[in-house]
Write a new protein. Sequence first.
Length: 576
Amino acid sequence: MASNLGELLLREKIVSVDQLKSALEFQKKNSLPVGTSLVQLGYLTEEDIAQALSRQLGYPYIDLDQFDVYPEVISLIPVDAAKKHMVMPIHRIRSFLTLAMVDPTDLEIIEDIRFRTGLSIQPVIASETGVVNAINKYYGTADSIRVKKIIEDIALADDGRVNIVEDEKEDNVLDNMDSEADEAPIIKLVNQTFIDAIKRGASDVHFEPYETSFRVRYRMDGDLYEIVSLPLKYRSPVISRVKILSNMDIAEKRLPQDGRIKMRIRLDNGKKKEVDMRVSSIPTLWGEKIVARILDKEMLKLDLTQLGFEEESLVAFQDAIHKPWGIVLVTGPTGSGKTNTLYSAVSTINTPDMNILTAEDPVEFNVPGINQVQIKEEIGLTFATCLRSFLRQDPDIMLVGEMRDQETVDIAIKAALTGHLVFSTIHTNDAASSIVRMVNMNIEPFLIADSLMLVVAQRLIRRLCKKCAQPHALPEAALLEMGYQKSELKGLQIMKPGSCEACNRTGYKGRTALFEVMKIDDDIRAMILTRAQSREIKKKAIEKGMLTLRRSGLVKIKTGVTSVEEVLRETVRDEI
């Protein structure tokens, strides 16, 4: 027999009997609520269900993102009950509790919450995603709840100031064990924030001071999420603690600084995990902002086949990195995965008979068998200086973190022309633009044409969650506008993000890369010598079979790897 929700949706005529029957069968197989089953099967959206409930039951529909919920209201319902029933307490007046619910037709949930709280329940309707986001925001994960508990302990203490002891050890061990019970509250707060970020798979932690608050955000799968907003009094002690861990000068607050933290934490399964962090501070209007970049070795993929290359692009890239000499460039904005691609390349050809030297700023990951040098410009150890010294070290392969200036590019070209394989990065929008960029750095075109073998442009995009991705119907005109050909539309199935526990209701889990791999063949060399524009070079490369960033994205949409929104956000249409 259909649930109350199912009967209601039938009365609204927004689902058919067959659709409801399919949803009920899906519900039994996957142990999901009927509403979630309808959404995952693509019959309805969460908004459709919420609006239908509101019309039929007369309860108001609310957007939970627009509400601020007080801690005393949150404490009325335990987090396990909120997650189990998909409810969120939002307001209390005397003996009445306003409760946001995904399915207010479930009277057992209402009775359970009434029994738990001793209050009369006034239901309002919210989408499932809205409820989950609110639960994560106000209750958080187990570790973020612990962070909030530490904050409460500090507030209740007689003295919330930090008492910091200088730690001269290189390895600052942040371990979520009972041994931290005797540590100062601010130390525990910083430690637990980092532990929480690492467990969530965050790539960066942002400590951001503003006029009246101090915000902490994590970057996860490329997007920033606010984790907690602290009172302003936490700004100085937290920043000081992070700077001490990073071996920065806590007295210097007027100039940017860089530091490093090496941490070891214990995971929930008892295993230990080692993580490096690169820390940067800058002075802002309301104090120092600190960003800690988490460099997790377990997140580093060194298998070229796992990075996201299309088959033809991977063949071209592998062919180039096995050449005895020449330059291979990887281009893209900050945070586009260039370092991962370069590490994967040198790891692929890292054999005992090879002498591989790298100059990096900073050295992000330690790779066994490779000689890595940390650039220190303040003492004159620059990319150009390192490259000159490398040539006296009998190298086979050299990796230069970035070609920033004419001198570095000039030495790299000379190295390539004298029998060395050189890897490096450059900042341009696409592969063809890299050549024009080098010409603009006053490098002679004949030197570029003779030394450059391959240019790779890349971008990072989010992967669709495999468990909750759902079909996405788009008009034919929109698909053609994106870049698909008429012949590709037959049988084309596009997916969009759904919502489930596995992906924290975001619809995305993990990231992959879009690649544009341009081989420098005789035709393109001739164009370089005539100082052709990047548009002309790109057109010729496409004629030769190059997949552009947009085309790489279209392939990944077609295979269900990512969504239309992700590709449109990171690429532009090929106007050739």
